[in-house]
Design a protein around this ligand. Structure first.
Ligand code: ZN
Length: 297
């Protein structure tokens, strides 16, 4: 469910302009050499047409407001009429509700636990809190560029929602893109991020595998460039992984990926995650990756 994001310390206008500039650069880079610009949809200014104003966001996503977090209209900016669901992994109350979160729910062909507690750094910064902190920052940035953003939980105090409900929120919102933000609890010696995209699960992910791969690639590139975190050296393939066992992906009908932003058990990654300034930088990169994907459509 959406929440009002607190104002960030940086200038919203500066961030919005910075994102718009990067989108223009990306657009230019996408133009194939020798391709007549008139025939290349990416060569035109990638602003949605007026008809896009009647998209699923309309006057706001389920429960959403129709205004950006700065009080301005949400239907202005390069991402107007785009709907993004951000899923901050886990929740602050999960550890105190073991029975509730261990109940099994549909996860595709099989069932899995409703949710889990998540990782934490050696000094006790919990993954659920980090995921929440980061998600709010990403939400602010996307809203500044006109997107409608739905979070899958209201705060960091509750239990769940279960993984299938998290996917259902993206489906109900008819999101153009959905991303689950997480941090891994890998081996102390390993560091880095990875993006998890849905593999083919017949009857479940057939319709989202391809767009989710594009989303994963855009997010991977932007996060690698912007966050300062290398891709994971202890799993995945240069920061990209495909999985068929995640209910949050299998139950999604909209393009969706998981971003494991780093390894909380690794001292170097943990130091970044615990740094509020780095979280701003990471949120910039995530918002840019999502915008890159959305502007291709
Ligand atoms: Zn997690």
């Amino acid at each position: 469910m959406p929440v009002s994001a607190p104002p960030g310390p940086r200038s919203r206008a500066t961030r919005a302009l910075s994102l718009a500039s990067s989108l223009l650069i990306l657009t230019a880079a996408c133009s194939a050499p020798g391709t007549p610009s008139a025939a290349d949809p990416t060569a035109a200014p990638p602003l949605p047409g007026p008809e896009d104003g009647a998209g699923p966001s309309g006057g706001g996503a389920p429960g959403g407001d129709a205004r950006g977090s700065d009080g301005g209209p949400a239907d202005e900016g390069p991402l107007r009429a785009r709907v993004v669901v951000i899923d901050p992994g886990h929740n602050g109350g999960n550890a105190s509700a073991p029975d509730e979160i261990s109940e099994t729910v549909p996860a595709g062909p099989n069932e899995k636990a409703c949710d889990t507690v998540g990782a934490e750094t050696a000094s006790g910064y919990a993954e659920h809190e980090f995921n929440w902190d980061l998600s709010v920052l990403v939400k602010e940035r996307l809203e500044e560029d006109g997107a409608t953003v739905v979070l899958t939980r209201e705060d960091n105090e509750g239990v769940g929602p279960c993984i299938d409900e998290r996917a259902g929120i993206g489906n109900d919102a008819e999101a153009d893109a959905a991303v689950s933000l997480h941090a891994d609890g890998g081996p102390e010696s390993g560091r880095g991020f990875h993006v998890i995209m849905p593999g083919g699960v017949s009857g479940f992910t057939d319709d989202i595998v391809e767009p989710s791969r594009l989303l994963a690639e855009d997010l991977h590139r932007a996060y690698l460039e912007g966050s300062g975190v290398p891709h994971a050296d202890y799993l995945a393939d240069e920061g990209l992984d495909e999985r068929t066992d995640l209910g949050g992906l299998n139950m999604s009908d909209v393009p969706k990926v998981f971003l494991e932003t780093g390894n909380m058990r690794n001292a170097e990654d943990a130091a970044l995650m615990e740094d509020p300034e780095w979280r701003e930088r990471a949120a910039d990169a995530i918002a840019r990756g999502l915008a890159d994907y959305l502007m291709r459509r």
